[in-house]
Design a protein around this ligand. Structure first.
Ligand code: DC
Length: 222
């Protein structure tokens, strides 16, 4: 297994774009673990699986009806042979992902495939809600990215062409669900570097995290 760097944080904190660029700079693989929850949510909708049936969802989580593929610019999701990577980005799929993610059996079922991403890579940057706490507790470096609520909502609203007010509402609800659930709640991992991106631009954030990772890689070598 290669080295792992984790980036966790709330919805639209910039963790996807920052982690992807960091992986690119390091020449490592990259995975968005949210794609597993979104993919499962989308597969559940498409197969008519009841969204509050934990056992059926856990079964679907490991079925061959859908799969996740790591690529350098997208974490791709396929339902059968159909690429549904763009569809799973819709806000209502995010909200379903958040709802089904509180089931412990669902989380457990998705863990193996998420951890497998590190076995396939010489180095991996993984982003999500519990990457530093549960999926990769032994990660070399952990980050927790955050930003002011309104800024995060503005970013997401612009990306998805939605109103800021609606996006704030959906986000507050999703963050609340993700951080209050019993199984692997979103929280700052122990020893994580917290980066508030509100006053920083994209380059500044990536430079900061890259420097911190390189320092730790060097330390490990010595
Ligand atoms: O990062 P995202 O918006 O793609 O995540 C969608 C939802 O999936 C998120 O609201 C909660 C769930 N999720 C999770 O529970 N654990 C993760 N590691 C990643 C995502």
């Amino acid at each position: 297994m290669g080295q792992v760097v984790t980036i966790d944080g709330p919805a639209a904190s910039g963790k996807t774009s920052v982690s992807r660029e960091l992986a690119h700079r390091l020449g490592w693989s990259w995975v968005s673990t949210g794609a597993f929850y979104r993919g499962l949510g989308f597969a559940a909708l498409s197969t008519g699986t009841v969204l509050d049936d934990e056992n059926s969802l856990a079964k679907l989580a490991t079925s061959e009806q859908w799969r996740v593929d790591m690529t350098s610019d997208k974490t791709r999701v396929f339902l059968g042979n159909k690429d549904v990577t763009e569809q799973i980005l819709q806000e209502h799929v995010g909200s379903i992902a958040s709802k089904i993610s509180h089931f412990p059996k669902v989380r457990e079922a998705l863990l193996v495939a998420q951890r497998d991403c590190a076995h396939k890579s010489k180095g991996l940057v993984a982003e999500g809600r519990d990457c530093g706490t549960v999926v990769f507790p032994e990660a070399l470096v952990k980050f927790y990215l955050t930003a002011r609520q309104e800024d995060r909502a503005e970013r997401r609203a612009k990306d998805l062409g939605l109103s800021v007010e609606e996006t704030v509402k959906a986000q507050v609800q999703r963050d609340q669900q993700d951080s209050s659930r019993k199984a692997a709640p979103m929280k700052v991992p122990e020893n994580a570097m917290v980066v508030d991106t509100t006053e920083l631009n994209f380059q500044q954030v990536v430079d900061l995290v890259e420097q911190h990772v390189r320092k730790n890689l060097q330390k490990k070598k010595n």
